[in-house]
Write a protein that binds this ligand. Sequence first.
Ligand code: PLI
Length: 482
Amino acid sequence: MSTGRQAPSGPGPQPRPAGHTPDPYAAGHLAEPYRIKVVEPVRTTTREQRRALLEAAGYNLFLLRSEDVAIDLLTDSGTGAMSDRQWAGLMVGDEAYAGSRSFYALKAAVEDLFGMPHVIPTHQGRAAENVLFTTLVRPGQTVPNNMHFDTTRAHVQHKGGRPLDLVCPEGRRAMGDYPFKGNVDVEALEALLAREGPEGVPLVMVTVTSNTNGGQPVSLANLTAVSECCRRHGVPLFIDACRFAENAWFIREREPGQQGRPVRDVVRDMFALADGCTMSAKKDGLANIGGFLAMRDPELYRQAVAWAVLFEGFPTYGGLAGRDLEAIARGLYEAASEDYLAHRVGQVRYLGERLRSAGVPIVEPVGGHAVYLDAGRFLPHLPPERFPGQALAVELYLEAGVRGVEVGTVLAGRDPETGEHARPPMELVRLAVPRRVYTRAHLDAVADAVLAVFARRDGVRGMKFTYEPPVLRHFTAGFDWA
Ligand code: PLI
């Protein structure tokens, strides 16, 4: 009989037999599937200190020092904890300029997990986007995606392309329990490709999970339909794979016919439908830095490598140290393990459930990496120009030193034509949970803080700019209470 023990060497944790779905959070046993071997002390602050720190930072949470933050939910990108196996990998990283052993470890992992033979390491995900779009996108062309992440959109535009979001209608609403709100509207894609063809659409992208509308997954059935549509029209399909493992977990949990399948089999099936992928290894690579571009077509690889050398460095290191490549190769396997994912996705769901059951408005269903507070409904007395998301994020920090991020009017910027604030569909605060960093007690502290602000929500004041930068204003703006 199998003991389920992990082999001490080899590519990483092996998939458990189908049907083994430990979900400690669903079962009420909340033990983390890791032991803590190294700790990073967190400084505690008083409410008065936090009030002064906020004032000094112009009420912009990006301008706080992280040591003044008790629980940092600003992003799940590059903020995860590496495993002992990954740290051990750093020591065997091969720092050769060309032909590094660690590059071949990464290439083997990507080929094994995704079935993609050609891999170009990059310093992070947006660099993979830069290499890919420089190779494929020409001015005036359209690049559809379920929903572009900010950097993907900006890189398409940088090449003169037109980013187009074709997420399904369910994906545009905060309410409703539709299980795959990241799905592409395949009819709209079909119409676009029939109209513009491969001359007008150089590639189709699908982001798994869809970060922009709440970490929402894409079903295998939808990916299959998108892939068939792309093949019919001769247009390559690329997956934005940042959160590939979390997406595969949702397919295994929610999609009819997929229940209980080994995650690595689901991952294989997802990527078999695509011609390539971009990856930020700072998410489901479980690394603190890095990314890659992978593909099947050797001719496209040859073209992309030329740009990669220019932007990132020789193609066997691509802007990374050999030790980073080694950490990513190991992290990809760990991210695709069932024990890890049951806890990871369960942890985010736990936080969401604690809030939802107390009546706090959130984006539903809860996605893979973050809980999104619906600040518009949380603070209905504040109009968009009083920045309800910013006000709520500031109050959460004041309450308990919790740092989230506004995803609403402040982030959206101004309409270049009218000069007015752009009108985003929702006013949100994202609470992104870093991987393997926080325990259930931290999440309880976050939930308690949100509930405390919820209890006094009628007294929360709106905000105004004291300084508004001309571009990317959310990073450096100054605010005060209105
Ligand atoms: O931050 P990068 O350059 O490694 O990755 C860019 C990127 C691409 N696609 C998607 C879906 C992302 O979520 C993404 C980065 N996300 C960040 C930084 C986040 O805070 O969500």
